[in-house]
Write a protein that binds this ligand. Structure first.
Ligand SMILES: Cc1cc2nc3c(=O)[nH]c(=O)nc-3n(C[C@H](O)[C@H](O)[C@H](O)COP(=O)(O)O)c2cc1C
Length: 156
């Protein structure tokens, strides 16, 4: 099974999370590849396997700068993503109460609108919680991978 981690980040925290997940998960049975969203367009969702969006939130609840081109391309081209299965690990800070974790939410909303099916719940890390994002990812990740494997087994 192939898993592509798509990383939206401004200061590298989401990338660190993705690196930890890739280290923990890539075991031969599951082949993990991490791609920064920079310069990607919606064609990336033609790749084989499943996807995990790992993205932070900036500005007024926006996706990070390196995720903007991909996000806007999804919104304008509106490809049919009904074959796509994905998860979302969002990074944010509850101090931004009105826009908490909107980066992950925006990707979740557009992927859902385009017919993609989410595996599991959308995760929302809170930078003001005192829990490190890579710790939260590790705790959550095991269950998510199991769900993803089930989802793939059912659909093949
Ligand atoms: C200028 C600025 C704006 C931010 N805006 C939001 C926001 O609107 N909502 C939110 O949940 N988090 C917001 N955050 C928090 C970041 O998403 C959070 O710190 C995240 O862990 C950063 O991850 P990154 O290093 O991968 O970009 C903001 C942080 C900064 C510095």
């Amino acid at each position: 099974m192939k898993l592509t981690l798509l990383v939206g980040t401004m200061t590298g925290t989401a990338q660190l999370v993705a690196q930890e997940l890739e280290l923990a998960w890539d075991d031969g049975e599951l082949r993990v590849e991490t791609l920064l969203m920079d310069k990607l367009d919606s064609g990336v969702f033609k790749r084989e396997g499943i996807f995990l969006i790992v993205t932070s939130t900036y500005g007024q609840g926006d996706v990070p700068d390196n995720a903007k081109a991909l996000y806007e391309d999804l919104k304008s081209k509106r490809p049919d993503l009904s074959r796509v299965r994905y998860g979302v690990f969002g990074l944010g800070d509850r101090t931004y109460a009105e826009t908490f974790n909107f980066g992950g939410k925006r990707f979740d909303d557009i992927l859902g609108e385009l017919g993609a099916q989410r595996i599991g719940e959308r995760v929302q890390h809170d930078a003001s919680s005192g829990v490190l994002p890579e710790e939260k990812a590790e705790q959550w990740g095991e269950g998510w991978v199991a769900l993803a494997k089930e989802a793939i087994a059912v659909s093949t």
